[in-house]
Design a protein around this ligand. Structure first.
Ligand code: FES
Length: 332
């Protein structure tokens, strides 16, 4: 290749000649395309209805046998199919609409300095408005309505999922199984405890004794777990009432962190601090679990304890405040 040839200035090839689509020149083809778009949007709407039907009417544990896939969970299968249909056909409808009916004139927009001039920006806004008008949505009520239906149904379907949040807790979060006279039993083991079972400095997790024939539910353990800690009585810095809730240096607190509900599981014997491993809230055992560090907004609720005639530890009364995260208190 000669130097002269290789240095020849590049010429702007310009845009290729515009090709008209069938729907640009044939009214019947345009009408047909409009109907196809509407059908795609309607298929999307059917997909969303399938999601709604599957979610409400097909039991979660129902199964269906398919030739290649074998036994499948029908609830999940139809939820998935419906969602796939809803999203696929709404996309396919939009693409088909753009390819067949929306204006497809090629235009060149020269690269501009970083900020366009005000008149150019105004012109852009004007162009967007014109193109929106050009899309013909106002003139094509079939597309407009089917699109509104498909978009509307897709938009509302997530609302159904709110059902998975379950029923409102009402006041169940404020109540625990602790009642006046409930025995404190070891966890695990379910054995009653005497004060003499705990040495000074010891910590134990306890639960309320179960009524005969009853089973412990996980959600009850999540609310009922209590930590017993034994100090020397003179180490407490409590008012008279809180001191009367202890027994021979044994104090009981809810184990559920008042910040976000983790198990407060770490006890520093030297400092007499309880530490929550989740966000490091620290509670001073000697001062009724007062928060001395971290995000917890209130002390761990204290359970008033005493002993029965045989010396076994029992609850003097139920908790006087809700256990667990502070927002539980505001749930009712
Ligand atoms: S849950 Fe205990 S500090 Fe956050």
């Amino acid at each position: 290749m000669s130097d002269e040839k290789s240095l020849a200035p590049l010429s702007d090839p310009g845009l290729p000649a515009h090709k008209y689509r069938k729907s640009d020149i044939d009214q019947k083809a345009a009408k047909r395309a409009e109907q196809q778009v509407a059908i795609l949007f309607l298929l999307s709407a059917i997909g969303t209805l399938l999601v709604v039907y599957s979610y409400i009417f097909i039991p979660v544990d129902s199964f269906i046998f398919l030739p290649i896939m074998g036994e499948q969970n029908a609830h999940q299968l139809f939820l998935g199919l419906g969602l796939a249909m809803a999203l696929f056909f709404i996309g396919a409808g939009a693409v088909h609409w753009a390819k067949t009916l929306m204006p497809d004139h090629e235009e060149i927009d020269e690269r501009k300095p970083m900020r366009s001039k005000d008149e150019d920006r105004d012109a852009f806004v004007e162009t967007v408005r014109e193109r929106a008008a050009d899309s013909g949505i106002a003139r094509r009520p079939l597309i407009k309505r089917s699109l509104a239906l498909a978009l509307g149904l897709v938009g509302v379907s997530p609302i159904l999922l709110l059902r998975d949040l379950g029923p409102l807790p009402k006041d169940s979060l404020e109540k625990t199984s602790w009642a006046t006279g409930t025995y404190l039993v070891t966890d695990p083991g379910d054995r009653k405890i005497k004060a003499s079972d705990l040495e000074v400095g010891a910590v134990a997790q306890v639960l309320p004794e179960l009524a005969p024939g009853k089973k412990r539910k996980l959600e009850d353990i999540g609310k009922d777990a209590v930590l017993l800690i034994r100090l020397r009585p003179e180490e407490f810095q409590l008012d008279a009432e809180r001191l009367s809730w202890t027994h021979q240096g044994i104090i009981a607190f809810s184990k559920i962190c008042s910040h976000m509900g983790c198990a407060v599981a770490l006890y520093e014997q030297g400092t007499k601090h309880l530490l929550c491993p989740c966000h490091q809230s620290t509670f001073d055992v000697t001062r009724a679990a007062k928060v001395i560090f971290g995000p917890a907004a209130r002390p761990l609720p204290q359970l008033a304890i005493t002993v029965d005639n045989e010396g076994y530890l029992i609850a003097k009364q139920p908790f006087t405040e809700a256990v667990g995260p502070s927002f539980w208190e505001r749930s009712s």
